[in-house]
Design a protein around this ligand. Sequence first.
Ligand code: ADP
Length: 482
Amino acid sequence: MIDQKYHYLLNHADIAFEAPTSGAYIEVKDAANGTSLAWVKQHDRASVEHFILRSEQAQAAFKKFTALQRADILMAWYRLMLDHQEDLAQILTAEQGKPLAEARGEIGSAASFIRWFAEQARRIDGDILPSPQAQQRLLVIKQPIGVTAAITPWNFPAAMITRKIAPAIAAGCSMLIKPAEQTPLSAYALQVLAIQAGLPSDVMITLSGDSVAVGKTLCESDIVRKLTFTGSTEVGRILAEQCAPTIKKLSLELGGNAPVIVFDDANIEQAVKGILASKFRNSGQTCVCANRVYIQEGIYDAVAQRVIEEVNKLKVGDGRIEGTTQGPLVDEAAVAKVESHIQDALAKGATLATGGKRLSESNTFFEPTVLTGVTQEMRVAREETFGPLAPLFSFKTEQDAVQMANDTEFGLAAYLFTQNASRQWRVGEALEYGMVGVNTGMISIEVAPFGGIKQSGLGREGSKYGIDDYLEMKYLCVDLSE
Ligand code: ADP
């Protein structure tokens, strides 16, 4: 059971700390050991429809708040998150499994989006356009899109929510949030703090429940004017289809297949650090995680050796234990996918350099793994592994590297390591990705636009651009003649 000292952050009608004897509930389990943490209500279609109406009412009042009022609420929420950073991190690690240090980092990063959009709330400017007619005035204003909905994943249970709801609030929208079944507690804890910060009730509504039923109801609603989703490309496609009849505005942050390219002229230690950071954060379960590592022939052995040395230092275990760097994988299916990618690569001629197996049949911890001699024919070249597997490919020329890196339907994040400034530009521009890290494996930050091209999604989150998805543009044409 989740420690009683965190109950104050989970004080919500949807949450039970003892197995409910009636009603439909979802059990939330400790990611490290499978014990019960709590139970959350399973909202059904009727319940979701009821909350959509409440969200609509709340938004009608909330849109009248001034930008300064909205900014102040967000700033108060940001401060409360930092005041409760440790407890929020403990809840996050309990349900998600990532090491506490990463969970604290996620709470900090989640809060940074709220602060950023508190600042942006006051910069939703319009325009006055010069008219070719003397008696005419042409104006552009921006208004909140209205009721919005978010469907979020389990890998960043806090940051994926704030990155969506902070711009919504800044713009004057309300939001219904369906968190992932595995990690709803962080969402409820954030909501408790939002209310404490002064957010009017029902501007943020968390709805746990069966993803298909809740998702479908949100998508089909005429009242919900926008859907924002982070998750797999398969589910993104289903949601886009379900939103088509009501022509909803969509933001989709979907799968990736991130390449890392290490050129002969790279600083090897910088590249190794970047590969480790980008590949093994959250046990390889992020959409910007390195999925393919391309190393130029001349330095292949040197880079591979250093990567293996560093990977062997990683420590797998319960995220609450000091020194743990790798938590569990989300479920059995995640373990099976990593295993199948390894088996496929080995069958096609790759070599297992380190790792390669789960720690025990009774849990989902997996050894950080490095494969060498990996080629484009192997499944790992095409599919996102979403686990702690670093496949090392080799390449001859810059042209080959760019061609292989772009040979995918995905286009979220890519990384390159080179000390040559003109190559940084040339390759950075040639990569068909929404985000490119140059000599770094860490690119996510609230001030920059996060998002992908091709089948990695639509729209951008964070940055000055992130608020546009929550605003409608209105043009006013005023004739002054009497
Ligand atoms: P992941 O691989 O990160 O679990 P998913 O796309 O399966 O990615 O899940 C991301 C979010 O989408 C979760 O909140 C999940 O509950 C939700 N989800 C999964 N399937 C559906 C669906 N058919 N309709 C609506 N939401 C869904």
